[in-house]
Design a protein around this ligand. Structure first.
Ligand code: CA
Length: 358
């Protein structure tokens, strides 16, 4: 009798522990994500969808993510505030959109003359990047993670060729962010116009030039039909999107779902870089074939030098704003120096060698 009751107590204890584990393991979460993009926006929108799908599959349905595109929440540039307030659990956007609210958010998308995608991912994941980004977002009750990279963006579509600094004076161009400020320093009048109005603005000469992203996304807006000069990029060498997570939501998730969410964000971010390479190559082949009017151009050397100098000056001003900005700029500059020295003897050396035998 005695042995039996001890045994059944043990069985009961095991069963209770098992049930507790089971109920914890089966707790389900449905998180809501607000994205800056409209519905079915290619590449960017594919990335948030891929992240949600991965999270659901890896968690066997315990972590579901419901995505609201901009048409639903009506606040493409309200993602920061909505995730901060907990109105949404997650966001998919770009850090530099928040520079008007929190100037230090600017540094986590892409900087003119800055790191390439592989260099910047190395800074984020193996250098100080993630810690510095978290320091910026922490006071706003959020976590921020890399959310997908476009690769090197093109320098934009121009209706007239740029042969000297003089040609930039008074030129009206759609170019946002820090690059717009750099261009302004060399005489350009930068403007920001919503994507849906860009084609008409260029066609009607409201603007003389426009930068958007690269062949895959530019082709859809039709600039190749009305501009002949497609310049190579300098201003957004590694534009990284962003996943935002409300901190209270994050803390409610069990550790395994946090790990799954982190992994889904990281894999889908890398995958956007790969998809961008693929889609840009396809679109560029198409442009070359269908639009022989399009010529690829580099800005003349004196233009590049003037922009480089203007960028240095503006970065120094930005770093002077506060101690955190100074540390971020210093970290990026030091990291770029070291990582670029290696890129020079590896990727650059290889591409140069290939250039000689082709
Ligand atoms: Ca751009």
């Amino acid at each position: 009798m005695k042995i039996r009751s001890v045994l059944s107590a043990a069985v009961l204890a095991v069963a209770t522990t098992f049930a507790a584990t089971q109920s914890l393991a089966q707790e389900r979460f449905t998180l809501r994500l607000a994205e800056t993009w409209g519905p079915n926006f290619p590449i960017f929108g594919d990335t948030s969808k891929r992240m949600a799908k991965l999270a659901e599959e890896m968690s066997d349905g315990r972590l579901r993510i419901r995505i609201d595109s901009a048409n639903k929440h009506k606040a493409p540039f309200g993602v920061f505030d909505m995730v901060k307030a907990g109105q949404y659990d997650l966001g998919h956007s770009a850090s530099y959109y928040w520079k008007g609210k929190v100037p230090e958010t600017l540094f986590f998308t892409s900087m003119p003359f800055g790191m390439t995608a592989i260099e910047q991912y190395a800074w984020f994941y193996h250098g100080d990047g993630m810690d510095l980004m978290q320091e910026v977002y922490e006071p706003h009750n959020m976590l921020s993670f890399p959310g997908g990279n476009t690769g090197i963006q093109m320098g934009g579509w121009f209706r007239k060729e740029i042969n000297s600094l003089e040609d930039l004076k008074g030129l009206k161009m759609r170019i946002p962010g820090f690059a717009g400020e750099v261009f302004a320093e060399v005489g350009v009048s930068p403007t920001n116009i919503p994507p849906g109005e860009l084609y008409t603005a260029l066609e009607r000469n409201t603007i003389d030039a426009v930068e958007w992203v690269g062949p895959a996304l530019d082709l859809r807006l039709g600039f190749q039909q009305i501009a002949d000069y497609y310049y190579t990029g300098w201003h957004e060498p590694a534009t990284e999107l962003q996943f935002l997570v409300n901190k209270d939501t994050w803390e409610e998730l069990p550790a395994d779902l946090q790990a799954i969410l982190k992994t889904a964000m990281r894999v889908s971010a890398y995958d956007m870089l790969v998809q961008s390479q693929h889609a840009n190559a396809e679109a560029w082949a198409n442009i070359k074939e269908e639009y022989p009017n399009v010529q690829i151009k580099n800005f003349p050397e004196d233009v590049f030098q003037a922009m480089y100098d203007a960028n240095k000056k503006l970065l120094k001003e930005a770093a002077g704003r506060n101690e955190l900005a100074a540390r971020i700029v210093e970290s990026q500059e030091n990291y770029l120096d070291k990582t670029r020295a290696y890129t020079d003897i590896s990727t650059r050396a290889y591409l140069n060698t290939m250039g000689e035998v082709e």
